[in-house]
Write a protein that binds this ligand. Structure first.
Ligand code: PLP
Length: 369
């Protein structure tokens, strides 16, 4: 079905904002006693920072990775609490936290130096304890120092789990034991859980949960889809067949002639490639969805195009819409086929792809935000 963009960009990312809100409601149901810090870093996991923030006003706050993302939210009028997961690393970023009422994560003692002795009124820091992930976070000794500097701010305390998506991995319990031992006596608000922990480790829910991936309807667990977990996919990446041709048995297709026909073959050329964020690394057997048909992708994915084998689908004609991932074709499946994780696929949809909002409250409404 031609859209009004059919001349400029056949590739669209449909963003179902009803699904986004339903996934937030699912988090509420799973963690009824916790407040929700909706994680919308990296342009809302590729779904659009402001679009996602405006759709998720029912959250209790937002988390972003960097100061700049927090400023963007404030400039757009978002009044929610905003936590900056990397905090500040210099004077300018520190000032920006104060100016824009951003809540920094304190993960290193050098961040305390910028407080020049004592924290200003209104600073709402989150102290991050390293319980074993060994990326950002304070050691126990540093944590004690930071806490003594910041006690009067009544900081929140957080940690991040390295292996929560591996539901049988004992490492999570070890991280939790370290956290409990240090933090339990303090009676400060606590945050531990990412999506995987919200779904698989109920005892991590605590005062604040920090869902990211699951809000977008995607499963953090290898081998399971968001739909199987009761989530609804938010992004559906679509394009169209722009050409159909027949080639003889033995003809090679695409760069490197890497795929050879073993029968007379009817090819469909789809306008979508790694220049749109579709993974070049997919293995044989990867499929697209055309109507109700799952159609195999063949040959190498190039920058602007990929090729499908239509030999067994004589009814599929030029101009047909093609789903690359999303509704009825889990992005988790394409990620597995591409040797990656669904996070990288949704974050990697490139700017030339038109974003189109769907959902009952919004109608269908194109924007590039
Ligand atoms: C990204 C992030 C999250 C969200 O993780 P998901 O796996 O997407 O749910 C939570 N906490 C921190 C510190 C993060 O960096």
């Amino acid at each position: 079905m031609p859209s009004k963009h059919s001349l400029s960009s056949p590739v669209i990312a449909e963003l179902n904002l009803d699904a986004l809100r339903a996934n937030l409601a699912k988090v509420r149901k799973l963690a009824p006693g916790s407040k929700i810090l909706a994680v919308i870093k990296a342009d809302g996991y590729g779904h659009g920072l402001l679009r996602v923030a405006r759709a998720l006003t029912a959250s209790d706050g937002f988390a972003v990775a960097r100061v700049e993302e927090g400023i963007q939210l404030r400039r757009a009028g978002i009044a929610h609490r905003i936590v900056v997961l990397q905090g500040y690393t210099n004077q300018e970023e520190y000032q920006a936290h104060l100016t824009h009422r951003l809540e920094p994560v304190i993960h290193s003692l050098s961040q305390l130096d910028l407080l020049a002795g004592h924290p200003p009124q209104g600073l709402r820091p989150w102290l991050k304890l390293d319980t074993g992930m060994h990326r950002l976070g304070l050691s126990q000794e540093a944590f004690d120092v930071a806490l003594s500097h910041l006690a009067q701010c009544k900081p929140q305390v957080m940690t991040h789990l390295a292996c929560a998506d591996e539901t049988r991995n004992p490492f999570t319990s070890r991280q939790l034991a370290v956290f409990e031992q240090i933090v339990r006596p303090l009676e400060l608000p606590i945050s531990i859980a990412n999506s995987a922990a919200i779904l698989a480790w109920p005892r991590t829910h605590a005062d604040w949960v920090r869902p990211g991936l699951m809000l977008y309807g995607i499963s953090p667990f290898t081998g399971r889809t968001g739909t199987e977990l009761g989530l609804q996919p938010v992004m559906t990446l679509k394009s169209r067949i722009i050409a159909i041709k027949s080639i003889p048995d033995g003809a090679a297709v695409g760069y490197g002639g890497a795929w050879t026909a073993r029968r007379p073959t009817r090819l469909g050329i789809v306008s979508a490639g790694y220049g749109d964020g579709y993974p070049r690394e997919i293995t044989p057997g990867t499929q697209v969805l055309i109507g109700h048909d799952r159609v195999p992708v063949i040959a190498r994915v190039s920058m602007d195009m990929l090729t499908v084998d239509l030999t067994d689908f004589p009814g599929i004609t030029e101009g047909r819409q093609v789903t690359l991932w999303g509704e009825d074709l889990p992005v988790e499946e394409i990620a597995t086929r591409g040797g990656t994780i669904p996070y990288t696929l949704v974050c990697g949809v490139t700017p030339r792809v038109h974003r189109i909002e769907t959902g009952t409250h919004y109608g269908t409404n194109e924007s590039r935000l």
